[in-house]
Design a protein around this ligand. Structure first.
Ligand code: 13P
Ligand code: SF4
Length: 327
């Protein structure tokens, strides 16, 4: 039998030592060039990963980059559904993921079966799903949204068109409030990071820093959003941080974004909001599973790869393309 060249995976990633003294950054740069590969990284990954990425962005920006890149290989440093979306948009490219175990608590809160049952309960509703979903869920979806364009897309639908919105209840309630729609049924899912910032700690931070602006992601719950000056997707919060004249910001989103905020505004101060357990840095453990070593090994062995059945990919693509056209 032919020997496989692919190393085995342990806990979702290649687990083997790298040669002593190797310069991971230089090796990654060399292999990227040699293989015509591009590294896309979400703003929530670690600073060392964002530093070596060709493009860093939020979920909408990363999907747009995945759709338009002319690289042969995409290394996606984010979470699994994001790499899957890149594969749906670029089926002929090789999409590599440094760690297959980069799940997302929000995407995990709904599956194909539970959504199909929900849809049966609410017939004739347009199904809108947040991009934080599996390809199977997207295949049952009419239009995908991200936190950047959810309000814009829902606003374009006729007022009397009933909607199923999922899986993030906080984003759903926020969109419902901003658009003034009553006919939205919202799935009861949440993100293990954004849904758990501590409102009392935020109130305290506001007292300690009276001139600071509060920036919050719409996946945060109402007790946080009610105290925010700016509510928006990660890219919108980043933009506010460098465009607003204030020099202090209290930030209720995943603290990986501080890397880019500080890079763009080195003289400004960014203050994290603790979570309900008193932890000062409320991080997404899934995003932090990406590392230089895993990216190096993934690029070297071109493994693990994200692959999807053709039929599933084709179905999931329709609702993502509708989003692209409407955003
Ligand atoms: P963005 O659309 O802001 O990237 O959000 C994605 C995400 O996973 C937030 O938790
Ligand atoms: Fe998913 Fe929350 Fe992590 Fe975003 S921050 S990837 S929604 S678990």
């Amino acid at each position: 039998m032919e020997e496989t060249l692919k190393p085995t995976l342990k806990n979702g990633h290649i687990d083997m030592p790298v040669p002593d003294g190797i310069d991971l950054r230089a090796e990654i740069a060399r292999m990227k060039k040699e293989k015509n590969a591009v590294i896309l990284a979400h703003y929530y990954t670690t600073a060392e990963v964002q530093e070596i990425a060709d493009y860093t962005g939020d979920s909408l920006g990363l999907s747009q980059q995945a759709a338009k890149t002319d690289a042969d290989i995409i290394v996606f440093a984010g979470v699994h559904f994001m790499a899957e979306t890149a594969k749906v948009l670029s089926p002929n490219k090789k999409v590599l993921i440094p760690d297959l175990a980069t799940s997302c608590s929000l995407a995990d809160s709904v599956n194909e079966k539970s959504l199909a049952e929900f849809i049966k309960k609410y017939p004739n509703h347009t199904v809108i799903s947040y991009v934080n979903t599996t390809a199977e869920v997207k295949a049952l979806t009419d239009i995908v949204v991200t936190s950047s364009n959810a309000v814009k897309i829902v606003s374009q639908l006729p007022k009397d068109e009933p909607i199923i919105f999922g899986p993030d209840r906080n984003l759903g309630n926020y969109v419902k409030k901003v658009t003034g729609r009553e006919n939205m049924v919202i799935w009861d899912g949440g993100c293990h990071v954004h849904d758990h910032f501590d409102a009392n700690s935020l109130a305290e931070l506001k007292k300690q820093h009276p001139s600071a602006k509060v920036l919050a992601h719409p996946e945060c719950n109402e007790s946080i959003l009610a105290q925010a000056d700016v509510i928006g997707a990660t890219s919108a919060l980043l933009k506010a941080s460098y465009e607003l004249p204030e020099t202090e910001f209290i930030v209720a989103t995943e603290p990986g974004i501080f890397y880019e905020m500080t890079k763009r505004s080195p003289n400004k101060t960014f203050i994290p909001v603790p979570n309900e357990h008193g932890h000062p840095l409320n991080v997404c453990v899934n995003m932090k599973r990406n590392s230089l070593k895993k990216i190096y090994l993934t690029l070297k062995y071109e493994f693990p790869e994200v692959d999807l059945p053709e039929e599933l990919s084709r179905k999931a693509k329709v609702c993502i393309e509708r989003m692209m056209a409407m955003s």
